[in-house]
Structure formats: C-alpha cells, structure tokens
Write a protein that binds this ligand. Structure first.
Ligand SMILES: *Cc1c(COP(=O)(O)O)cnc(C)c1O
Length: 220
C-alpha cells in the first residue's frame, strides 16, 4: 500500500519537487516500508517522536522538523537534523545556530511564513523576516543556512483561496531572493503543499511537498 502510494505520487511529480514523507503518529514499520521503496526524506512535527524514530531507523535518512519548534528542544536534534522547516522567530534561529556550532555543523533552515487566514498558525510576517535578515547578528551566524521559505495554507475547500495563499508565499520567496539571497544558491526552496493541496502548490512553484496521509493513510 505505502509503496504503491509513493509510486503513484512520484509518477506525476516534476523532477524539481522533493517529497517529504510525513510519518507523524505512524509506526516504525510504516517508515521502513517507505524507506525500502527508496524514500529518504521524512518529516515529523514533534521533537520527541522524531528522535525516537531516528534512533532506530537507518542513518542515511534525512530528517525534517516540520512542526513548531520550542527553543529548549533544539539541542536534542542539532546533531543530525537535515532541515528545520519551521523557523518562526529570531530567538529560535539564534538557538539553532548556537547548538549547531556545538556539533560543528551547519543546520539548514526555512523561514516559516504565516499565509493562512487562520490566526492559529505559526509563522513570520514579511517585516519580521526583514528584521532578522538585516540584523548584524544574523549576518555573523556561521552555523545556519537559510534554504528558503515554508508555509501552510488554510484548511478550506476553496481552491482559489489556497492558490492565493501559495502565491503569496512564492511572492515572499521571490522578494527575499532578490533582496537578500541574490547570489546565494542555497536559498532555493519553497516548502508548500500537503496531501490535500500539493498539486495546487506545485502549480504555484513549490519545490518541497510535505505529504503524510496520502502515503501512510489517514491519522487517528
Ligand atoms: C501533518 C503535517 C503535514 C502533512 O499532512 P497531510 O495532510 O497528512 O499530508 C504537512 N506539514 C505539516 C507542518 C504537518 O504538520
């Protein structure tokens, strides 16, 4: 089942788009099944669950933290995390830089933007991001690399609304690229699109989709 699902998604995917298999709440055997198909990028939204899976699964998996990250938990993942999708404050970014330095690593990060109409979702506004990117302290940070942006659309059925939200994230990416990362090839990712809306996201320029239920089945 899981392998069939991955095959179906991959068949219709542009080569420029990376799949993050979101395995939250799903057992190790499910992750292994996806791994055996060849999937190497996995995402979790909770630090504890991510760590307990990473401990028992193959070392060549790239782990993505996709959910809100508390500053005091950064130290638990700094030694191995591949990409933090959910950087939503300067304070968090400073902590990632500090903990990454302890492990002599560079941790890849995405700036998470608030694009949904719901007030519950985390994320920066453009002005917050500009404040970070223009701060002299940011320019001194040697142990983080900003790889791009991430956002979550509203949970609505209105495709036009979702499309507009994705478009606003693509706009934000383009502005930041032009003004702050013009010659930085590492700033290239737009993480947007989940099981219900990833096709729209790809049409609007997504380079990373974070999909769980269409691979592993519905969560309880
Ligand atoms: C759970 C989750 C996903 C995947 O959701 P599906 O609808 O199962 O594809 C993607 N991104 C984030 C941030 C999530 O928490």
């Amino acid at each position: 089942m899981i392998q069939d699902n991955l095959r179906t998604i991959n068949e219709n995917l542009p080569e420029t788009v990376e799949i993050i298999a979101v395995s939250k709440t799903k057992p190790i055997v499910d992750v292994k099944e996806a791994y055996e198909y060849g999937q190497r990028h996995f995402g979790e939204n909770k630090v504890q669950e991510l760590i307990s899976k990473a401990e028992v699964l193959p070392q060549d998996i790239f782990w993505h933290l996709i959910g809100h990250l508390q500053t005091n938990k950064v130290k638990h993942i700094a030694s191995f995390i591949h990409l933090v999708h959910s950087v939503d404050s300067f304070k968090l970014l400073k902590e990632i830089n500090k903990q990454a330095a302890k492990h002599e690593r560079i941790v890849n990060c995405l700036l998470q933007f608030h694009i949904a109409e719901e007030s519950s979702k985390y994320g920066l506004e453009l002005a917050d991001a500009i404040n970070i990117l223009e701060d002299p302290e940011f320019k001194m940070m040697g142990n983080i690399s900003i790889s791009g942006v991430m956002g979550m659309a509203s949970f609505v059925n209105d495709a036009d609304q979702i499309r507009n939200e994705f478009r606003s994230l693509k706009n934000t990416f383009d502005q930041l690229k032009l003004n702050y990362f013009k010659n930085d090839l590492r700033f290239k990712e737009i993480s947007m699109g989940m099981s219900g809306d990833y096709q729209l996201a790809i049409e609007e320029g997504s380079t990373i989709i974070r999909v769980g239920s269409i691979i592993f089945g519905p969560r309880n």
